[in-house]
Write a protein that binds this ligand. Structure first.
Ligand SMILES: NC(=O)c1ccc[n+]([C@@H]2O[C@H](COP(=O)([O-])OP(=O)(O)OC[C@H]3O[C@@H](n4cnc5c(N)ncnc54)[C@H](OP(=O)(O)O)[C@@H]3O)[C@@H](O)[C@H]2O)c1
Length: 321
């Protein structure tokens, strides 16, 4: 099998990513093997590449392979998966990278509970953009548990995670105030945002102009931290997608969001599939790269401003069934 990864003595910029050949693996109990067509490139993948996540790799053989999202075709099914997944199914999966197990691989053996069929009508490259961020968006909203009719604010609403949060929140009957730049206003309104607030240091004050008592909940996908806390009402909630720096105030609950909590939540992942089919969620691919050019994808990732996900394509998109 071929993987894109990094050796610890090369940790650093995008050029640290290289192709490696590793022995093939087989699906053991509870697992399936996927011939990966597409692996999404997420901001957290840079943590593996730069070595910021080195602590977590202790005891695992390099190369260290990033990647939390894949889509492809099942080519081996282990015993006792407890699912109806079969060889030939077009699937997507959330991956928890560790050592040389990661999404940037042309073949991956992974727990069947992290795998579901892709939305009908979707390409594999588009499906690869859903599992990790879709589940994170679901988890953030579940943690906030704002009842229908309540109001949330979403920072980074034009980003991949933020877009899913806006769309899932609307499907949950919430009112959504989206934080986005002028050039992104159209897209976040197309996701269903009820109001759009510009980015900037006085952002919390501008949310308060719309909701004088503050919003019930806030999903901070732009990682603004304490700066945005004044936008939340007394005893409301803030969902933080990176460790929250600072202290809370006015009994606002800080919910730390770790998608690994939902990594085996197959029913929730399948519900996301359904919501794509129902037109609730929009899949966005910004660009695709062959594995040999994974470094270029990371240059784009580091530059920021990408709308939709960058995707590494290990195999050509197959004809639709
Ligand atoms: N904890 C978890 O389990 C978990 C899971 C998934 C994701 N995450 C994290 O969630 C974050 C978002 O991920 P993503 O994939 O959605 O990233 P993304 O697609 O790059 O979106 C981030 C959004 O935030 C905006 N932004 C950046 N700085 C801003 C600022 N100062 N003010 C307002 N908006 C700003 C970006 O705009 P520009 O592009 O114009 O800068 C972009 O629209 C990342 O930090 C990721 O690591 C955590």
């Amino acid at each position: 099998m071929r993987v894109v990864g990094v050796m610890p003595d090369a940790y650093g910029g995008p050029e640290a990513l290289r192709l490696f050949e590793l022995p093939d693996r087989h699906a053991g109990p509870g697992k399936v093997r996927i011939a990966v067509h597409a692996a999404a490139v997420n901001p957290t993948d840079a943590v593996v590449r730069t070595g910021l996540g080195h602590e977590r790799q202790q005891g695992y053989e390099p190369p260290y392979v990033p990647g939390m999202d894949v889509a492809g075709i099942v080519d081996e099914v282990g015993p006792d998966t407890g699912t109806d997944l079969g060889v030939g199914d077009r699937v997507m999966a959330i991956v928890m990278p560790k050592g040389n197990h990661g999404g940037y691989s042309d073949s991956i053996v992974t727990p069947a509970r992290s795998v579901v069929r892709i939305p009908s009508g979707a390409t594999l490259r588009a499906a690869a953009t859903l599992p990790m961020n879709g589940l994170t968006a679901r988890l953030a909203l579940d943690l906030l548990s704002v009842p229908p009719g309540g109001t949330i604010a979403v920072t980074g609403a034009a980003g991949t995670l933020g877009g899913y949060v806006v769309q899932l929140a609307k499907a949950d009957d919430l009112r959504v105030i989206a934080v986005a730049s002028e050039r992104d206003e159209r897209v976040v309104r197309s996701f269903g945002a009820d109001a759009v607030v510009r980015r900037g240091d006085d952002l919390a004050a501008r949310v308060r102009e719309i909701m004088p008592a503050g919003v019930d909940g806030l999903v901070d996908t732009a990682v603004l931290g304490a700066l945005i806390l004044p936008a939340v009402r007394d005893r409301g909630g803030l969902a933080a997608v990176r460790p929250f720096a600072g202290t809370t105030e006015r009994d606002i609950a800080i919910h730390q969001v770790w998608v690994r909590e939902y990594r085996r939540e197959r029913e929730k992942l399948d519900r996301l599939r359904q919501q794509v089919e129902d037109g609730v969620l929009t899949l966005r691919v910004a660009d695709t790269f062959p594995p040999e050019r994974a470094s270029e994808a990371h240059i784009r990732l580091d530059r920021g401003g990408t709308r939709g996900r960058l995707v590494i394509e290990f195999r050509a998109e197959p004809d639709r069934p």
